[in-house]
Design a protein around this ligand. Structure first.
Ligand code: GLU
Length: 426
């Protein structure tokens, strides 16, 4: 059989994010005894759009940026997934992230299929005006894909509610009327949902609670190290602190801080997002991002980028529980080592699903033009997360696999079933 373009590329990038995503899917397919041709369908993204587009910069020059939007498998509903602005965005990574979104939506049983987008850029080096120009032009370039019934973007690494507002406005300007449901993670003033900003962190906190309960411990009094202090990392620190956990370490791209007696999280939240916030904090020891991962603690929360816990450092991890707030922070090699060490890993496609769950609530509210109170959003989110955790833990136990494979078995099975029932057109 002829190789597809993707198979040829994958061959040369064995340890890429997409190669890892395929490896995880193949293992799940083995447990599910999945038909080979169905597995082939699930391995491939349905569509991938690459756009190169010009942006007017503040100094009058014009710069060309590259962006992507990938749809994985459309079986269960409209495509859903964030948009990432980062200098290391690649098509390979966007493919992996789109596939992970498919399983994530299926694991927590919301009616979406996976998508992801990204622009290769460093948002920190762009002015607000340049960022707006870039966003509006990128959205125009991918406008043949997005829409409230076809593909609904959301925030991811390097994007925020303001970027979502520009997306909503750009799409609406083209349509000639306001379409709030085209994007989620918007500011409340234009149809965003209460609770969306903290939703991923809230879900991560619920997962830490459940995982600690499973190993006979509790979140109150537990020590927590968090890598990353962006939207997800800072919300997690806040909510863990409120739940009585002791946050002993946090970090951002520049490095981290550690105090075994706990950090003053309310003080740090005041400057979250500002350059040098963490480094200016006095009552702690400076550490590197690598050192943070290896600290003695009960719960480790990687909330930055993928591939940070690998076969090289997994042996030195001392946490009892890892809750994957980022997408893909633990590689398959590391998974094996962590399993042997008895570390309980709550996988990304479950652990960070709080964001897309409340995105789903936001979309439903926008479509109905009827908005819920924060208490209702949080209650529904926590219920969905707890129910999903229980289902994953049970599936893992029944199949004698770890939580990641438990989640994959549920997610892949649901997508395979939807694909089979719908049939192949024509
Ligand atoms: N980017 C987030 C994720 O990876 C949120 C996606 C969404 O809300 O659609 O889950």
């Amino acid at each position: 059989m002829a190789q597809t373009i993707i198979e040829r590329e994958r061959h040369t990038e064995e340890s890429s994010a997409y190669a890892i995503a395929i490896r995880q899917l193949e293992t799940a397919a083995h447990y599910l005894n999945l038909d080979r041709s169905l597995l082939e369908v699930l391995k491939h993204p349905r569509r991938e759009l690459i756009v190169n587009f010009p942006v007017k910069m503040d100094d009058g020059s014009i710069r060309v940026f590259t962006g992507y939007r990938v749809h994985h498998n459309p079986a269960r509903g409209p495509a859903k997934g964030g948009i990432r602005y980062h200098p290391e965005v690649t098509l390979d990574e966007t493919r992996a992230l789109a596939m992970w979104m498919t399983w994530k939506c299926a694991v927590v049983n919301i009616p979406y299929s996976g998508a992801k987008g990204g622009v290769v850029c460093d948002p920190k080096r762009l002015s607000v005006h340049e960022l707006e120009n870039l966003t509006r032009r990128y959205i125009t370039e991918i406008s043949m894909l997005i829409g409230p019934e076809s593909d609904i973007p959301a925030p991811d690494v390097g994007t925020n509610p303001q970027v979502m507002a520009w997306i909503m406005d750009t799409y609406s300007m083209h349509k000639g009327y306001t379409v709030p449901a085209v994007v989620t993670g918007k500011p409340i003033a234009i149809g965003g949902s209460e609770g969306r900003l903290e939703a991923t962190g809230r879900g991560v906190t619920v997962m830490a609670h459940e995982a600690l309960k499973q190993i006979g411990s509790q979140l109150e009094g537990a020590t927590v190290a968090i890598q990353g202090f962006g939207n997800v990392g800072s919300a997690t620190a806040k909510l863990m602190h409120q739940a009585g956990a002791k946050v002993v370490a946090i970090s951002d791209v520049r490095g981290g801080i550690y105090n075994p007696n706990g950090l003053n999280i309310p003080a740090l939240l005041h400057c979250a997002g500002r350059d040098g916030c963490i480094q200016a904090y006095r009552d702690a020891e400076p550490i590197t991002n690598e050192e943070l991962l290896e600290l003695p603690c009960d719960v480790l929360v990687p909330a930055a980028l993928h591939g940070v816990i690998t076969g090289h450092n997994a042996e030195r991890i001392k946490a009892r529980v890892i809750v994957e707030a980022a997408n893909g922070p633990v590689t398959p090699d590391a998974d094996e080592i962590l399993d042997d060490k008895g570390v309980l890993v709550v996988p990304d496609i479950l652990a960070n699903a709080g964001g897309v769950i409340v995105s789903y609530f936001e979309w439903v509210q926008d479509l109905q033009a009827f908005f819920w109170e924060e208490e209702e959003v949080n209650r529904k989110l926590e219920k969905a997360m707890r129910r999903s955790y229980e289902h994953v833990a049970q599936t893992a136990e029944q199949n004698k696999v770890n939580m990641r494979m438990g989640a994959y078995i549920i997610g892949v099975k649901r997508v395979a079933e939807a694909t089979t029932i719908r049939g192949i057109y024509p």
